[in-house]
Ligand binder design. Structure first.
Ligand code: UD1
Length: 421
């Protein structure tokens, strides 16, 4: 199994190109189920999650061509030949559940494994199911699968989400695009990846209003067509490299990012002592403070501080000049990086959903193990700043979400390599 080995202490200097957003692509790809025409996506990162989604869509009968050289994926489902998303694939990647809505909408039937819990929490799918039922699907749960049927098609409805869910909003938008009549989604999530899905669906012929708001209206169509669509850049990769510059007191230019970072993240980064200058399609990041300032952060749905940057921010704050507090409000078990950071000399305590991070002067390299994608990359950031050698095991987590991680960091001077142990 591969490991990442880092000799820390080198300030990052250079340029990094930000890839297309994994989470946008994982919703855009299932949108191809909705039409028999071709959907071509560009700016798709070459990641194992994308390969997993390609495999799943192929099993359903779609023709999928992924060209990592051009970052394009061509998808076409002239005919859907299978309605089942198997446990083996859904347990590997929760986003597989996003095929449920489009499958029922196009074919009137679907059988998708329930994802179950994962390392960062229980992560229910009740909201996805509630919305589909509201749209008229008959659901039956048996043997760990949800079987959905709508032989006469889905019908528009009013859906009031009690909490905002990215995946449930995406599943519902896709399903409602082919329902009869109007659907109103209230308390919808408004992450930029949902806006990207809406742009793509509208280009395919769907009628959707309310992009980037919590209130989305969809006029269902009898059919929609194909299109070409460029995925937005990965704001979580962008934030991760910003924080890599901060933890190493480096100076990096992040390219290929049209929309930049959200205010909640930028404000915290500035409070911490980072300098962030925005130019068209790039961000110039500098952090030359001797010690960074401590922060108080709560993770929230967009436009709040993203849970997907919480672990990386904690790695940086472990070296702050004072005590920081992080309240993780999205996932109940997203602190698995804490014991590993503490093994590197950090001083972090957890009480319920809150972590108290007492800043230390230095981290020391160690052998560490990661349990999920963002926890793994937080350990990479810690390793970049630590004295001595850090070895991170279970690199397959990183390969799910960070394209060419070692190459991008090494190009900025980091002493980092992948080893087979
Ligand atoms: C997506 C992202 C993930 C990110 C998360 C929150 C993708 C592929 N993944 O995950 O990287 O961390 O948004 O920004 O886009 N919930 C329920 N019932 C449901 C659905 C969700 O209780 O039916 C809860 C979840 O357990 C969680 C919260 O709602 O506590 C938010 O989850 P959600 O927004 O659905 O996350 P995902 O779409 O799974």
């Amino acid at each position: 199994m591969d490991s990442i080995v880092i000799n820390g202490g080198v300030p990052l200097r250079g340029e990094i190109y930000i890839a297309g957003a994994k989470n946008a692509c994982l919703a855009l790809m299932p949108a191809a189920i909705l039409t028999s025409e071709p959907l071509t996506l560009s700016n798709v990162p070459n990641l194992t999650d994308i390969i997993t989604m390609s495999q799943l869509l192929s099993t359903l009968g779609l023709k999928v061509e992924h060209n990592p050289q051009t970052s394009e994926v061509n998808l076409q489902g002239k005919k859907i030949t299978c309605y089942k998303a198997d446990y083996d694939i859904v347990r590997k990647m929760r986003a597989s559940f996003l095929v449920l809505g489009p499958l029922v909408a196009r074919t009137g039937q679907a059988e998708v494994s329930l994802p179950g819990g994962c390392a960062i929490g229980a992560r229910a799918v009740d909201l996805h199911l509630m919305a589909l039922e509201k749209l008229g699907a008959q659901l039956e749960l048996s043997n760990g699968y949800v079987k959905a049927q709508a032989p006469r098609g889905l019908k528009g409805s009013v859906i009031n989400f009690p909490v905002r869910s990215v995946g449930a909003t995406e599943n519902t938008i896709m399903a409602a695009s082919l329902a009869t009549g109007e659907t109103a989604i209230n308390n919808a999530a408004c992450e930029p990846e949902i806006g990207d899905l809406i742009d793509c669906l509208v280009a395919m012929g769907a009628k959707i209003e309310g992009k980037n708001t919590g209130s989305i209206r969809i006029q269902g169509q009898t059919s929609i067509g194909g299109t070409r669509h460029q995925a937005i850049h990965d704001r979580i990769e962008l934030g991760t490299y910003c924080l890599a510059a901060a933890i190493t007191r480096g100076e990096v230019t992040l390219k290929g990012c049209k929309q930049g970072l959200n205010e909640a993240f930028l404000n915290k980064a500035k409070q911490m002592g980072m300098h962030i200058e925005s130019e068209p399609n790039q961000l110039n990041i500098k952090c030359n403070a001797d010690r960074i300032n401590p922060l108080t952060i709560s993770t929230e749905p967009y436009p709040g501080f993203p849970t997907d940057l919480q672990a990386q921010m904690m790695a940086v704050l472990s070296l702050a000049n004072g005590t920081s507090e992080i309240d993780e409000r999205i996932f109940e078990n997203r602190f698995m990086h804490v014991p590993e950071l503490n093994r590197m000399g950090a001083d972090i305590q957890i009480t319920g959903s809150k972590a108290t991070i007492r800043g230390v002067r230095k981290l020391i390299g160690a052998q560490v193990m990661a349990t999920d994608l963002r926890a793994s990359v937080a350990l990479v950031l810690a390793g970049l700043a630590a004295h001595g050698t850090t070895t991170i095991r279970r690199v397959y987590h990183l390969d799910r979400g960070y394209e060419k991680l070692e190459q991008k960091l090494a190009a900025c001077g980091a002493n980092i390599k992948r080893e087979q142990l």
